[in-house]
Write a protein that binds this ligand. Structure first.
Ligand SMILES: [Zn+2]
Ligand SMILES: [Zn+2]
Length: 280
């Protein structure tokens, strides 16, 4: 399984010299199976550059999954070039978020008067199917299991498995507060147990959290505690706060690594960078 993170920023895209290292684009993750089948998670602003690459390589058929419908996770959809190509076939799997099916969520990003092209006018062919059950094989050998997030308006996290390797993706997940539909810390630890890589929401510092509790995000410390409890191989901090400069993220990674070592763990702690590729 190969992963590429096209956006790791949370809540709103940012730009400027102080964001160069970790990037300013919001959530979009590319998951490639061993047979080079593609699954895309979320359509944050990072999906724009992924779309250009797919067009360049004439890659026309793939699956899209969504974590939830908040703006930072769907904002890039109208700027995803493959949707304007009639050869494109998109298999979209998901659940209803805050009562709207996935089709409605992505169609809303192009709804007048907010955008000049309507969803009904784009050329790509979509197939919508449900992924609310215990999981399924998306493409040959690549298996996915969804889990409900603890987040306002609900959402889904995912565990991808292929050839004995496991990648767990839990963004926009508040470990310190249980939202409707959300699970307990112990449940997320069980879900993530033994993963080779856990990528988790780490929007806040412990000092910021008391003022932002119930907003749907975790601290890097809570994400670390989950990673240690679940015994994962590596923890990738994700959904960097819009006000977090590169130097701030570097300090968080250093503190996270130190805490892991003090806990007697060999866990690798790092922060996801826009454009980063990882092979499991
Ligand atoms: Zn978000
Ligand atoms: Zn959200």
């Amino acid at each position: 399984m190969k992963l590429k993170f096209w956006g790791a920023r949370g809540s709103i895209p940012v730009s400027g010299a102080k964001y160069n290292k970790y990037g300013g684009s919001t959530t979009c993750v590319e998951v490639r199976s061993r047979k080079n089948e593609l699954v895309i998670i979320d359509a944050g602003t990072g999906i724009r550059l992924l779309g250009k690459e797919l067009v360049k390589n004439s890659y026309n058929s793939f699956t899209m999954l969504f974590t939830h419908s908040h703006w930072d996770h769907v904002l890039g959809f109208p700027f995803f070039a493959p949707i304007y190509n009639k050869k494109t076939r998109i298999n979209t799997m998901g659940c209803s978020f805050s009562s709207d099916p996935v089709r409605e969520i992505i169609a809303k990003t192009m709804q007048p008067p907010g955008f000049p092209v309507k969803f009904e006018e784009i050329s790509a062919k979509f197939q919508f199917s449900s992924l609310c059950s215990t999981g399924c094989e998306i493409v040959g050998g690549l298996h996915v299991v969804p889990v409900e997030l603890s987040h306002p308006n609900r959402g889904l996290g995912y565990k991808f498995s292929e050839s004995g390797k496991h990648f767990v993706f839990l963004t926009d997940n508040e470990l310190g507060f249980t939202h409707p539909g959300g699970l307990s810390f112990a449940d997320y630890a069980a879900f993530s147990s033994g993963a080779d890589l856990l990528v988790h929401d780490a929007d806040y510092t412990p000092g910021e959290y008391p003022r932002r509790m119930t907003w749907g995000h975790s601290t890097w410390e809570q994400a670390l505690n989950l990673a240690l409890e679940a015994g994962v191989g590596a923890l990738g901090l994700f959904h960097h706060d819009q006000d977090r400069f590169d130097a701030d993220v570097d300090r968080i990674v250093a503190e996270c690594s130190l805490r892991a070592r003090k806990a007697g763990s060999r866990l690798k702690c790092f922060a996801l960078r826009e454009g980063q590729e990882i092979k499991l």
